[in-house]
Design a protein around this ligand. Sequence first.
Ligand SMILES: Nc1ncnc2c1ncn2[C@@H]1O[C@H](COP(=O)(O)OP(=O)(O)O)[C@@H](O)[C@H]1O
Ligand SMILES: CC(=O)OP(=O)(O)O
Ligand SMILES: [Mg+2]
Length: 395
Amino acid sequence: MGKSMAVNAGSSTLKYKLFQMPEESVISSGLVERIGLNDSVVTIKYGDGKKFEETLNISTHEEAIQIMLDQLLKLNIIKDYNEITGVGHRVVAGGEIFNDSVLIDDKVIDQIESLAEYAPLHNPAEAMGIRAFKKILPDIPSVAVFDTSFHTTMPAVNYMYALPYEYYTKFGARKYGAHGTSHRYVSQRAAEILGKPLEDLKLITLHIGAGASITAIKNGKSFDTSMGFTPLTGIMMATRTGDVDVSLISYLMEKLNITKMDDMIDILNHKSGLIGVSGVSADMREVEAVQADNKQAKLARDMYIQRIVRYVGEYVAELDGVDAIVFTAGVGENDFTIRQEVADKLDYFGIKVDPEKNHIRGVERDLSAADATVKTLLIPTDEELMIVRDIERLK
Ligand SMILES: Nc1ncnc2c1ncn2[C@@H]1O[C@H](COP(=O)(O)OP(=O)(O)O)[C@@H](O)[C@H]1O
Ligand SMILES: CC(=O)OP(=O)(O)O
Ligand SMILES: [Mg+2]
């Protein structure tokens, strides 16, 4: 009994879902998009199909949380914050400390903050969100659900960097990955849709949003993933480089007269990726709107696709075959053109998408063409559902 709230702070978004428990029915869901960009959009769904929408400039996750909390009361979604009896927060980095979700106490908040360097765009904002909720609801159970915990099953051969070994044992220098809650959710749904036990499947899950990562899943477990020590590496993202030669970084620092590594990393995290190459926008929709007449925008989009294709190819090899690939997250769920072009480039593997089935947004569907030997699925992610289940499990 009661209402449970799942809070999901992404790099450019803040999402929440308020669930009636134990039914797991969604009372209200909200999304603040484009945090830190101009014209942030707040969308809140509630009641019987009611929708609140507002466009304003929101520069931090702290502001986004405040707006969201105010609207819960203003829109009469709840009459009092005390109606909420459990809160779960998505946290990106859990390092090697957290291989499962935990009940949050002061020590856990400190540990999440101590892992800030493992996810600089996320953990500080997420710790802040946890504190904001603790302030208004100090006595209800709250749970942290880590992106990294799904990836703790990766074998050392995949999570180790070829650096001196003691950097791992002394400093925790290894690949941790991210988006684990999403990769876990869509892999479970994929098994249900395919009607096969997850343990028997080889899957490649493509979580492509503002942050983006690809995971190879073997026997239901994360086997390899594209993000690294932090969510900076792997495929190209909205504002992040993805993989880059680190020697180039020191060369560029000299050229740009940058003396602090943090300043350089800030460029790699915030000024690169789609926005960096296109010079237009971090938002795929805006890049696509101008690509016909803008060479850089077209190049940015082509690079974005190419890197996805590259990782899928790598993971087909690592998994020694694949049963299905799954598209999810902001771009993966909404952009049929990206899905189509990615699939077209992978047809050697037997990945083939039916253009008609693919012409859709945001619904679960098998997109595979009749002659595909590898399935392509569209599965909207639901990190919030996973989070709320962990509140129930742990409270
Ligand atoms: N219709 C669409 N077409 C292309 N891209 C879209 C569309 N809708 C959303 N996106 C992309 O999805 C991104 C947000 O993805 P999401 O996974 O929700 O964010 P986050 O990484 O912050 O969790 C946006 O930046 C936008 O580029
Ligand atoms: C880890 C990460 O990049 O998350 P998001 O896509 O939500 O920003
Ligand atoms: Mg996200």
